[in-house]
Design a protein. Structure first.
Length: 239
């Protein structure tokens, strides 16, 4: 929910603060999204692994990081959360709770951009995990999405759930319902490309499933602590 509220809310704020200045609006939207995504991953990553993206979740399941049953259970929560976030963003800026977007985006260049954006996101996430640098994912993912607002013509949705949620706000960050099926299809294609690239650059090993289980942030120990297990001490004596 917070992810959609972040993307859509910052887009509405940009429209209101910088009317008729599309470039400046995009700067404001991208900067808020990059910083906010970093914070949200840190907030919920230790609990759930920050599974905001159905395609990331599916690829994680393909790598053995979680069961397909668990991956399927995430899907309705991811979509419902993004729809709720869109409604929340609309209400915070005194808009109608639901306004269906009229912003058509499904051109050939936009769809190609979604394949690139999604594949790049997957390669980044799983490269960090496979190389033992998973703790850097929050900052890296935030930075990548902030940059992809600019180097892709689609402004890098790269997430089927957020694509659905953004239909419900006829504002700067919205997308027309007619454009969403094509976006979701190309995001799925990008996920397949990303999966292939990860396997090419980081061939599977015996530890690959355990590494995949730490996407986007390590969360097994935190879950155990929440269930009454002893919580490990952090470096520097902080528990």
């Amino acid at each position: 929910m917070l992810l959609a509220a972040l993307v859509i809310g910052s887009g509405i704020a940009a429209q209101q603060l910088s009317p008729d200045q599309t470039g400046l609006q995009l700067v404001e939207n991208a900067a808020a999204t990059a910083a906010g995504l970093y914070a949200i991953i840190l907030m919920v990553g230790p609990i759930s692994g920050a599974h905001f993206n159905p395609v990331v979740t599916a690829v994680d399941a393909a790598f053995g990081g979680l069961s397909w049953r668990d991956a399927a259970a995430y899907l309705p929560a991811q979509v419902a959360g993004c729809i709720a976030g869109a409604v929340l963003a609309n209400l915070m800026f005194d808009q109608s709770a639901v306004s269906i977007s009229t912003h058509h985006r499904a051109s050939g260049s936009h769809l190609l951009a979604e394949v690139v954006a999604t594949a790049g996101l997957f390669l980044l996430i799983f490269a960090l995990v496979r190389s033992g640098r998973g703790e850097r994912a929050p900052a890296a993912v935030g930075a990548y999405i902030g940059a992809a607002y600019w180097f892709t013509s689609s402004t890098s949705f790269a997430n089927p759930a957020i694509s659905v949620g953004r239909m419900f706000s006829d504002t700067f960050a919205g997308i027309a319902p007619a454009s969403v099926p094509a976006f979701i299809a190309t995001q799925a294609a990008g996920g397949l490309v990303g999966y292939g690239l990860v396997r090419l650059f980081y061939p599977p090993t015996a530890t690959a499933p355990a590494q995949a289980a730490q996407v986007l942030l390590p969360h097994t120990d935190t879950a155990a602590a929440a269930n009454g297990a002893a919580q490990p001490r952090l470096p520097g004596g902080v528990s």
